[in-house]
Design a protein around this ligand. Structure first.
Ligand SMILES: Cc1cc2nc3c(=O)[nH]c(=O)nc-3n(C[C@H](O)[C@H](O)[C@H](O)COP(=O)(O)OP(=O)(O)OC[C@H]3O[C@@H](n4cnc5c(N)ncnc54)[C@H](O)[C@@H]3O)c2cc1C
Length: 412
């Protein structure tokens, strides 16, 4: 299982997966182990950083098969979009998670059961194997994530926030929305009245007998009661990218939330629309954050960002954790007049991007905040459950794909 952090590797993986896309609905629940991942796409690290976009992945499978045959796969891709939109309208859920995680980390620091879980020494064979797999491959199959989270919460009785923290730090695809809400869903906090209980027989069946934790799991636990639905706020999205007007000395600042924007915005332009492009990873200096502190994940993001900077044309800079003053110094060095700053979704990058935006404005630069059309079209529909979301975006999906797929179709 090799998932190099380059767009070319993501495109190659997509090509490899395409013939299997129609069988996905039938086979996707099987976790065949790291040696055989042919039944799932393994595209999550690429989608997470948008080395590949949701639009182009959907377009590729829909070009290969009729919609009905790949409906399930497209549905899973838009789960990611749904979770992002849902959290965007409930930022307090992320803030509460961070507070609870820090509190739980202090309270549980010295507990043996927590240490044993982190070290993969619980004695539950499948769980310990998944800890090792997570630390080695920085990826787990979706079903394994569900079983893992369920065992963590209901069998080991550890706080869900600490399990979510482990995933967020270790996964190459670690994402504030998909991860936090995935854990909340298993714990029974996301959909009132529903939690997910891992069962030994289900694990045996869907791991093809590799694991069978008979009599080791708590298979019966009450659904958490008193779960409140978090309040929904308005979506504060900036406009879609405006047309590239005039010829100012223009800069683009990329973050690991969306590494495809340089290509998307430059597509079709006769010459590079940027005087300078920089990449920043402000999440690495988030105070109190332990995301991402795993060296392999940090290096993964660094390489992904390097891959996204144009190989020729505008000047490129890798600003690393990028304090606000580093961004201002970059703008001065490149003698920029205007800086395009993508919207940072709820998660570890957003506070750093907000600081950079303020500093650039204070220093007198014209800042152009913008948001991808895919997100602008689809996120506002994540108002309630996934079923309603899916129904309301169905008539919009072709448009959402077309807005970006056109631009990506010819890209290498
Ligand atoms: C507890 C828990 C934590 C999770 N944490 C993350 C996370 O941090 N980052 C992340 O990207 N996904 C997360 N997921 C969702 C899902 O497990 C992964 O996206 C998927 O396993 C990635 O493998 P794949 O690319 O082979 O997926 P495929 O099955 O091939 O699916 C294609 C794409 O659809 C999207 N997708 C599929 N299932 C989901 C889902 N349930 N929720 C959201 N998007 C989905 C992903 O972008 C994925 O790459 C989590 C799920 C659970 C239960």
């Amino acid at each position: 299982m090799d998932l190099p952090p380059q767009r070319s590797a993501g495109l190659a993986r997509l090509q490899e997966f395409l013939p299997h896309a129609a069988a996905y609905a039938r086979t996707r629940n099987e976790d065949r182990g790291p040696e055989d991942r042919s039944n799932v796409s393994l595209l999550s690290p690429y989608l997470r950083h948008r080395l590949l976009s949701e639009a182009e992945v959907c377009a590729a499978v829909l070009a290969r098969f009729p919609h009905a045959r790949v409906e399930k796969f497209v549905q899973e891709v838009v789960w990611r979009t749904y979770w992002k939109g849902w959290l965007e309208m409930r930022p307090q859920v992320w803030a509460d998670y961070l507070d609870a995680r820090d509190r739980d980390a202090r309270d549980w620091e010295d507990h043996d059961s927590y240490r044993r879980a982190l070290d993969g020494e619980t004695g539950i064979g499948c769980f310990d194997a998944w800890v090792a797999e997570l630390r080695r491959h920085h990826y787990l199959h979706n079903h394994a994530r569900m079983w893992f989270a369920s065992i963590w919460i209901f069998t080991l009785r550890l706080p869900w926030t600490l399990g979510a923290d482990l995933f967020l730090r270790e996964l190459y695809d670690g994402d504030a929305a998909s991860n936090t809400l995935g854990w909340r869903w298993v714990a029974g906090l996301q959909t009132p009245g529903k939690h997910y209980l891992a069962r030994a027989e289900n694990i045996r069946r869907y791991t093809r007998g590799r694991f069978h934790p008979a009599d080791q799991l708590v298979e019966d636990a009450p659904t958490p009661s008193g779960v409140e639905r978090p309040a929904r706020t308005d979506l504060p999205l900036p406009p879609a990218p405006p047309p590239l007007a005039g010829n100012p000395r223009r800069g683009l600042l990329l973050t690991t939330d969306d590494l495809g924007l340089g290509r998307l915005l430059a597509h079709g332009a006769a010459e590079a629309p940027w005087t300078a492009v920089a990449g920043a990873r402000p999440e690495e200096r988030e105070e109190g954050s332990r995301v991402p502190e795993v060296a392999a994940v940090r290096e993964y993001r660094r390489q992904a960002l390097a891959d996204a900077l144009p190989a020729s044309g505008p000047a490129t800079d890798h600003l690393g954790p990028a304090r606000p003053e580093d961004a201002v110094a970059w703008a001065q060095r490149a003698r920029l007049e205007e800086i395009w700053l993508p919207y940072a979704p709820v998660g570890p990058t957003a506070p750093g991007v907000a600081g950079i935006r303020e500093a650039l404005r204070e220093a007198g630069y014209r800042v152009v905040p913008f948001c991808r059309q895919w997100d602008r079209l689809l996120w506002p529909h994540a108002r309630a459950g996934f079923f309603r979301f899916r129904q309301s975006i169905e008539p919009l999906l072709d448009e959402a794909i077309a807005t970006e797929e056109e631009a990506f179709a010819a890209a290498p």
